[in-house]
Design a protein around this ligand. Structure first.
Ligand SMILES: Nc1ncnc2c1ncn2[C@@H]1O[C@H](COP(=O)(O)OP(=O)(O)O)[C@@H](O)[C@H]1O
Ligand SMILES: [Mg+2]
Length: 580
């Protein structure tokens, strides 16, 4: 990660934090106040011992007691307040960032999702944000507080006795070297832990998603091995970090005791005992402990900070991804449904050397139905994806009415298109929502009507609450054919002049398919339809049929023209005819 990016990301993060100016200011002000209260206590106790208890002079007893109580109470209450405030700011900030990040991610182009695993995006929006919050609320803030405390303790110690402070500090250099070595080692271990947990998460997620297949092929054992390897690697990395952590902790602890011994020995043995008051010694012992206390956890805190920087980079780096559809002014306000492809060629951005569509030209007039047939991989779905503006960068021309697709606002184009694909994507919401997708222009009656047209009534009848029944995640509760009927209804319910059917009836039986065809023929007659289908019986009444192979149009015409052509289509037709 480059330093300049670091700074840029930090500034972005600060912008989010700055929305909570008041709690942030109070929280920040409380940091030095807490340190002050923390450091004042040994001084008060020293005063009490030397000036009240030893001379048996109770004159200022009440005042000193009150002062100490005040100091302890303010430290306690400020600490609670601070902890609450920083958690409050942290949680609010995370929520704000997540909202913006989610919106940003959902606006990215399809080509970005082709190259980015879904799990990565999930962890950006969940665990990375959480760790950013942890690091803010516990890491950075306490690190500042510790730093202030150490400085304050040193000042107080110098104030009490320059000589004893120098003795204390004389022992410190080897300690700092040791802390540094441990810190570096811990950083290596924490990085290992992080990368293994990432892989472990990805492996678990992938395997749970594909559990059906894994069980059917009896591959649980193979996958369990892979899981075990990662699981063990994670354990090893964690244990070595624990070793360094324990080492660091115990050495600092014992160093604190050694320092205490040396200081007491020096004070009472070397020097004449009465040069140093009892109160001063007590205060010093307290300060030495307060000095070592933050050091014990400093390695942990540095690790958290490191983690924070990594999360910062991941999160704000994702904001920097600008694979968004460029905004275009030209709006497709009304669309009659005329489409023409002129010498269109296309390759996917990820594979520039693999042409997918090659010099495609065809024309569809409003209300016409055009069918595309061709072997798997011939580029049929790519035509649909281009029309939806999911990919850019085609050569040639695609005209919607008279508008060139590449110059037209993508949102405005999609407003006029309804699609049904091969795998129906259903959401974990009610059937009604799955049909309207929350579009307020589509009424409940429209949805019911569409269900009827899509021949999906029997699907709804089987559900406990009819159209209001929730569908389980990914529509698993329905068969793929039933799910496809629902997504058919979704397309029929939206009043779009262009309907794209990409193997929309692939999972539906012939009887249902015919029923849908009959029910929808009138509706579809009023709209432009591009239909991709393998079952030729579905498409033989289309106005025009295009046969695609390796991205090229090899034949086109009406059903009867193509049959009399005795080419690819007619061969395909007779093969299907023989079968049925
Ligand atoms: N997102 C993608 N990135 C790269 N290549 C792709 C992508 N989607 C499809 N392809 C490739 O484009 C070719 C045509 O795919 P597609 O249009 O889906 O074919 P069809 O729908 O006719 O079966 C295939 O060779 C496929 O591998
Ligand atoms: Mg396809």
């Amino acid at each position: 990660m480059s330093k300049s990016n670091d700074k840029e990301y930090l500034i972005q993060y600060l912008k989010y934090l700055k929305r909570y100016k008041l709690p942030l200011t109070i929280g920040l002000i409380s940091i030095p106040l807490i340190s002050l209260a923390h450091i004042s206590q040994p001084l008060i106790i020293k005063y009490a011992i030397d000036n009240i208890f030893l001379p048996k002079n109770s004159e200022k007893l009440l005042l000193v007691t009150m002062l100490l109580t005040l100091s302890v109470i303010s430290e306690f209450s400020l600490r609670s307040l601070q902890s609450f405030l920083f958690q409050f700011i942290g949680q609010h900030t995370v929520t704000d960032i997540r909202k913006d990040l989610f919106r940003h991610v959902t606006s990215l182009k399809m080509s970005y999702f082709d190259k980015t695993p879904q799990g990565v995006l999930t962890s950006r929006l969940t665990s990375d944000l959480e760790s950013l919050n942890d690091s803010f609320a516990t890491g950075v803030v306490t690190l500042i507080a510790d730093f202030l405390t150490i400085i304050g303790v040193l000042i107080a110690m110098f104030y009490l006795s320059v000589e004893l402070t120098l003795v204390t500090l004389a022992i410190s250099p080897p300690l700092f070297i040791f802390v540094n070595v441990c810190r570096k080692q811990l950083r290596v271990q924490y990085n290992r832990i992080r990368s293994t947990i990432g892989k472990l998460n990805a492996s678990i997620q992938e395997q749970l998603e594909g559990l059906g297949i894994i069980q059917q092929y009896n591959r649980q054992n193979f996958n369990a091995t892979q899981f075990d390897i990662l699981n063990t690697a994670y354990k090893k990395a964690t244990i070595s970090s624990v070793v360094y952590d324990a080492l660091l902790y115990s050495i600092i602890e014992s160093m604190a005791s050694v320092t205490l011994g040396v200081v007491i020995g020096y004070a009472l043995g070397f020097k004449n005992g009465d040069l140093i008051s009892i109160g001063l010694l007590v205060a010093f012992i307290d300060y030495i402990q307060k000095f070592f206390q933050p050091l014990k956890e400093i390695s942990n805190k540095f690790a958290i900070l490191q983690h924070a920087l990594a999360s910062l980079e991941k999160i704000f780096g994702l904001f920097k991804v600008t694979d968004v559809m460029p905004y275009k002014d030209q709006q497709l306000t009304s669309f009659k449904g005329e489409i023409s492809f002129k010498s269109l060629s296309f390759h996917y951005p990820s594979h520039p050397d693999k042409p997918i569509l090659d010099n495609i030209s065809f024309n569809v007039r409003p209300g016409q139905t055009i069918a595309i047939v061709g072997p798997t991989g011939s580029g049929k779905s790519t035509i649909v994806k281009l029309l939806l503006g999911l990919y850019e960068g085609y050569a040639g021309s695609i005209l919607l009415d008279q508008y060139e697709l590449r110059d037209t606002n993508t949102k405005s184009i999609r407003n006029h298109i309804a699609t049904v694909g091969q795998d129906a994507k259903l959401f974990n919401r009610s059937v009604l929502f799955n049909i309207t997708l929350g579009n307020p222009l589509i009424s409940r009656e429209d949805a019911l009507q569409a269900i009827k047209l899509a021949n999906a009534e029997h699907v709804i009848d089987g559900l406990p609450n009819g159209i209001d029944s929730p569908l389980n995640q990914f529509g698993h509760q329905l068969s793929s054919g039933e799910a496809q009927l629902i997504s058919f209804a979704r397309a029929l319910a939206s009043p779009c002049p262009l309907i794209l059917l990409d193997e929309a009836t692939a999972n539906i039986d012939t009887i249902n398919e015919h029923a849908i065809q009959k029910a929808t023929s009138e509706l579809l007659n009023q709209r432009t339809v591009i239909v991709i289908a393998h079952r030729l019986s579905t498409i033989q009444h289309s106005d025009h049929i295009i046969a695609l192979k390796n991205g090229k149009i090899i034949e086109s015409g009406t059903h009867s023209q193509l049959i009399s052509n005795h080419g690819f289509y007619s061969k395909l037709y007779s093969m299907q005819f023989e079968k049925t």
